[in-house]
Structures are given as C-alpha cells and as structure tokens.
Design a protein around this ligand. Structure first.
Ligand code: F6P
Length: 351
C-alpha cells in the first residue's frame, strides 16, 4: 500500500516515535510505501509533501516535536478544503491516510472517512482528554515535566514563605494538573472539573499557615475558572485557532494575586506553558507511541478504516473515530480520590 501520514494540532512528545513505528513496520512487514504531508492538514490541502522512508525515520525515536511539522489548519475552513484533501491523496497515489492528532485533527479525519477516504487515527495530546482511550502519548512526559517543576518550586516557596501558583496546560480537562499535583504534593489543585471559590482557597491556605507551614503550592489548570470565567488571551487575530478554541492563559496570575490580597501572604505565579510539550518523550511515552504506531499499521492492513488505535487496560485496540471525538474526557473520580489538594476534599477535612 502507499500510505499518507500527517501530524495535526499542538505538537506532543512521542509523535516521532509513532511515525517511526508506522514506517518501520509498514516497510519491513507489509512492504508499504509512505509519503508525509507536512504541517498537518495544511500539507494535504496545499499538497505539500515530504519523503517518508526508512532513512527519514532513522534515529528519531527520542526526538521531541514532529519531523512532519504540524499546524492547527482546519480544511473545513478553507474553500474546497476537504475535497482537496481527498484529491491530493489520490494525486500522490495514496491508498489511505494515517492522521495522528487530538480531537480536532481526528474530527477532520472522521469527516474525510464519511466522504469515502480510507483513514485511520492515532490519539495524540498532552491533555489526555480524548474519549475512548485510557492514555494519550505525551501526557506522561508533560506530567513528568510539571511535577519536576513543582518539586523545584517547593524549595524556593519554602525558603521565602511564599504561595506559588503553578499554571499548567490541559485545556478544558484537569489531567495534567491533577497528576502533577499528586506527584508533586501540591497543597491545592484547581481544575475545570471542580469549581472553586477563591475565598475558600485563601481560607484553607491561611489554616495551613496557621499550623506552622509558611508556604503553599497551588497547581492551577489553565482551564480552571475564576468566578466562573475562563482566563483567555482574546484580542489579537491569532487568539482563536481555526477550530474556534481560544488561547487559554492567565488563571495562575489571577489566583496568585487574589490569594495575596486575601491572606497577606506574598504570592507568585509561574506559567509552565510550552515547556510541557517540548523536548524528549519519557520512556513510557516512547513505548506507548510505538505501540500506537504498530497498532495503526496493523489496523490499516486489516482494513479497519474510520477507526482509531486506543489503549484499554494494557491492550491496543481499535475503536470508531466517532467514539473518540464524541466527548471531552474529564478527570475521573478514582483519580480525584487520590488527589489530596482537590478543594472539595480539603473542605471536608479529609485531605
Ligand atoms: O492541546 C494541547 C495544548 O497544549 C493545550 O494544553 C493548550 O491549551 C494548547 O495546546 C496551546 O496551544 P498553542 O500551542 O497553539 O499555543
């Protein structure tokens, strides 16, 4: 078969490991040929391609980013974009496409499949918010980076008797905040799934300091809402992407200022931002990404189009793309139960 491959949406540690696994197994085992469409759906809409062979994927396993580069291009927002995708696959002699991405990328993949294109999806996002799969690759690396940062912030917060608010990514889900908050021993964790009241957060920090602990670490997911509102960077023309998502950011600074106002404790905020997405993937993500790539190429040869490789328990399975994009996966109760910094538990005194 000749197969097109693209990576769409925000980059994510492990993308290169997926590409490598697809190309190696496809070439060695199935005698496939590959072509890369560069910069996500933009490459397919504009017919921008690159060679994708065994030489291209040599030594890319530990590399962050994506050799195919990426973008948040939405073909549906471009004149005839979806038709162009199908035409350019045909023009390049491709029998099928593997799209590696999050819910936006996979929602386009689903539309193409509905229009007769043979497409298979691979789930990618540091946010871990895709339905139908237990973990997306990239999440583990982001959590490791965030918990390492929290460890470091502990010592400086303690040395200065400060409250430090760490803002982490995750869009409308609190997976990175909850996992890194648990791993880093954060005192308060603010996530979109659990509404918070800043007076209660401040009162709890005061109580903690009254017990002789003169510093606190607060982890705030970028999608946590202050007074019910999302903190966004609206204004400039680039502040909403082609899928309509606002650029999130600023909750950490607001929370730090409001805590300082209410408690009198000196407070600082730190935004981890794209550091969470950059650099080399963790060993866990390299293995998971490799397994997703192998799963996807096997699905291709079983003819499981319109499907996505997913992780359930410790098995890679195949699920409909429709299921993966049906909803945004929120932090589940079992994980919340393990987090001592979640506000509801702190209030109940069982943290
Ligand atoms: O979806 C991944 C993600 O990293 C989100 O956590 C974050 O809100 C967004 O991408 C940032 O996007 P950009 O790289 O376009 O600023």
């Amino acid at each position: 078969m000749k197969i097109g491959v693209l990576t769409g949406g925000g980059d994510c540690p492990g993308l290169n490991a997926v590409i490598r696994a697809i190309v190696r197994k496809g070439s060695f085992h199935y005698n496939d040929e590959f072509i890369g469409f560069i910069e996500g759906w933009r490459g397919l809409v504009e017919n921008q391609t690159m060679d994708l062979g065994l030489d291209t994927v040599a030594a890319i396993l530990p590399r962050g980013g994506t050799i195919l580069r990426t973008s948040r291009t939405n073909p549906a927002k471009h004149e005839g974009g979806l038709q162009k995708c199908a035409e350019h696959l045909k023009k390049n002699g491709c029998d099928a496409l593997i799209a590696i991405g999050g819910d936006d990328t996979l929602s386009v993949a689903k539309k193409l499949f509905d229009n007769g294109v043979k497409v298979i999806g691979v789930p990618k996002t540091i946010d871990n918010d895709l339905a139908g799969t237990d973990f997306t690759f990239g999440f583990d690396t982001a959590v490791n980076i965030a918990s390492d940062a929290i460890d470091r912030l502990h010592t400086t917060a303690e040395a200065h008797n400060r409250v430090i608010v760490v803002e982490v990514m995750g869009r409308s889900a609190g997976w990175i905040a909850t996992y890194s908050g648990i791993a880093g021993g954060a005192h308060v964790i603010l996530i979109p799934e659990v509404p918070f009241d800043i007076d209660e957060v401040s009162a709890l920090i005061k109580q903690r300091h009254a017990r002789g602990r003169y510093f606190s670490i607060v982890v705030a997911a970028e999608g946590a809402r202050f007074g019910g509102a999302l903190a966004t960077r609206e204004g400039a023309s680039t502040d909403r992407d082609e899928f309509g998502h606002p650029r999130l950011g600023g909750i950490g600074q607001t929370v730090a200022a409001e805590i300082e106002k209410r408690t009198g404790f000196e407070s600082r905020s730190v935004v981890l931002g794209h550091v969470q997405r950059g650099g080399t993937p963790s060993a866990f993500d390299r293995v998971l990404a490799t397994r997703y790539g192998l799963g996807a190429i096997d699905m291709m040869h079983r003819g499981e189009f319109g499907q996505m490789a997913a992780l359930r328990g410790n098995k890679i399975i195949s699920i409909p793309l429709a299921e993966a994009i049906s909803s945004n996966r929120k932090v589940d109760k079992d994980i919340l139960d393990a987090a001592t910094g979640i506000l509801e538990k702190l209030k109940a005194g069982n943290a």
